[in-house]
Ligand binder design. Structure first.
Ligand code: CTP
Ligand code: CA
Length: 228
């Protein structure tokens, strides 16, 4: 029926979404991770699929049981695994959404056996090396007609400073849109609600939304992909 058809505004689009947070192992039993729940990314994947897109979700350490049918899920854990998966998937994607929280660093060495206190003593020093900036790579290798969307989780209480951070970040990343959200000890992570502003390449605010992560997901898709 007509109302059903009208909602399939992303029909035919191939959308890749990364969600969750990467983990970097120190040894076989421990990792450094972050507090991303993957909820906003999964909401974007679900919303895009509901609107007719062919969605691939690259899921870093999130439970994907509740996802609707029709979403191809590729589980990854480390940043290098996520880089490999999204680089490959991006080759045939119209849209890439980097909602995952990517670990900026990984331990320079991964111990093959458990790190033991009797060997380290009262302090443990771990050296980290920087991870590749996947979003910047996607921005640099973006094909004609491909849309690349990044996220920026910031802990900046002042709205004007937050906007400045977002503007310099989108310039650095070379993506088409940047979804900026404020996170802190008690908000943004693992909650069902989110507050975002969306910037375009020129640093203009193209949308502001707050509400459930699913409603915010639809608003993000409206602002960045809607062709009607
Ligand atoms: N990102 C990425 N690869 C990285 C780090 C981040 O692809 N190594 C992506 C994230 O998925 C997100 C965007 O870049 O879409 C912004 O991440 P953010 O952590 O806010 O930016 P950074 O450049 O890492 O800067 P900082 O953490 O120092 O603020
Ligand atoms: Ca970062």
């Amino acid at each position: 029926d007509a109302s059903e058809t009208a909602r399939l505004d992303l029909d035919g689009l191939r959308v890749v979404v990364t969600a969750g947070g990467t983990r970097e192992p120190f040894d076989p039993v421990r990792f450094m991770g972050n507090r991303s729940s993957g909820k906003q990314g999964m909401a974007l994947a679900a919303a895009a699929a509901a609107r007719g897109a062919a969605v691939t979700l690259i899921a870093a350490n999130v439970g994907t049981d509740a996802l609707p049918n029709g979403i191809a899920v590729q589980p990854v854990s480390t940043t290098l695994e996520l880089e490999k998966a999204v680089t490959e998937a991006a080759k045939s994607a119209d849209v890439v959404i980097m909602a995952a929280a990517v670990a900026d660093y990984r331990p320079a060495q991964v111990q093959q056996g458990k790190i033991k206190k009797e060997h380290t003593g009262d302090r443990l020093t771990v050296e980290f090396v920087v991870n590749p900036d996947i979003l910047a790579e996607l921005g640099a290798s973006r094909r004609e007609g491909q849309t690349v969307i990044g996220f920026a989780a910031e802990t900046e209480p002042d709205p004007a400073t937050l906007l400045e951070l977002g503007r310099s970040k989108i310039a650095r990343k070379g993506c088409d849109f940047l979804v900026v959200n404020n996170v802190g000890w008690n908000h943004g992570f693992a909650t069902d609600d989110n507050d975002v502003i969306v910037l375009n390449r020129s640093g203009d605010i193209v949308m502001e939304a707050s509400g459930t992560k699913l409603s915010v997901a639809d608003r993000i898709l409206d602002a960045t992909l809607s062709r009607s």
